[in-house]
Design a protein around this ligand. Structure first.
Ligand code: ADP
Ligand code: MG
Length: 227
């Protein structure tokens, strides 16, 4: 589903190039769920941006759904992104001028993948029933995050990329939202790559990877090693 081969990425800074990824290898199979952990500034968001083709590596190759992203021009990358990916970021990036219902349908309609029955199920499961005509600013933080998750899952993407999806929520709503996210990911049968700081959040996922010094490592053994 997603492959990184010796992916390197540096940013230009006034102090010179900052090498963030230094040869990342990753294989994420269809239906697999992986937690991505690592200290703040270790390059987790950079890795997700490269996975989505929102940025390109300096060296190495990223393949999404079998396609080498560097070989595609931006319009083709955007199409592949629409047809393959759901994205959830810490900032919700909801469209302020659209209602809950239209925010939820937007991605699916853009990808020409709208399924009214699945949309209706998402609205109900995400606890957004009765709120369809509201605008994002009329929702609580937890409701906005659930809407962002629903929007990402509405097109039934093959892969969901989630960057600290509950980082802005208090512990109680974060737990609830994550449970829901995991259940919906399982039902949609999609792969998941999720950045999280929490070993508890990482535990139910199939695998957990650490990003340190620009490379991915697998913890030595067992789930406790995710800590
Ligand atoms: P994480 O998500 O793990 O906290 P990031 O991928 O956001 O890490 O950032 C990795 C490093 O790269 C950080 O030191 C950050 O300051 C730096 N960085 C991120 N984006 C840019 C950019 N556009 N220009 C320069 N430096 C950046
Ligand atoms: Mg980040």
């Amino acid at each position: 589903m997603l492959e990184f081969r010796q992916v390197a990425k540096a940013y230009a800074t006034p102090q010179g190039p900052l090498e963030v990824l230094a040869g990342v290898d990753l294989d994420l199979a269809a239906g697999e769920s992986v937690a991505l952990m690592g200290e703040s500034g270790s390059g987790k968001s950079t890795l997700l941006h490269l996975a989505a083709g929102l940025d390109l590596p300096d060296r190495g190759e990223v393949r999404l759904a079998g396609q080498a992203l560097s070989s595609l021009a931006e319009p083709a990358r955007a199409r592949l992104r629409r047809e393959t990916l759901g994205l959830v970021f810490q900032q919700f990036h909801l469209v302020a001028s659209l209602t809950v219902r239209d925010n939820l349908r937007l991605q699916a309609r853009l990808a020409d993948r709208e399924r009214p029955d699945w949309t209706a199920e998402l609205i109900a499961r995400l606890g957004l029933g009765g709120l369809e005509r509201r605008y994002p600013e009329q929702l609580s933080g937890g409701q906005q995050q659930r809407l962002a998750i629903g929007r990402a899952l509405a097109p039934r993407p093959a892969l969901l990329l989630a960057d600290e999806p509950t980082g802005n929520l208090d512990e109680a709503s974060a737990g609830e939202v994550l449970e829901l996210l995991m259940a919906l990911v399982r039902e949609a049968g999609c792969s998941l790559l999720m950045v999280t700081h929490s070993p508890r959040v990482a535990a139910p996922l199939d695998r957990c990877l650490h990003l340190t010094h620009g490379r991915l490592t697998t913890p030595a053994s067992g789930r406790d090693a995710c800590a």
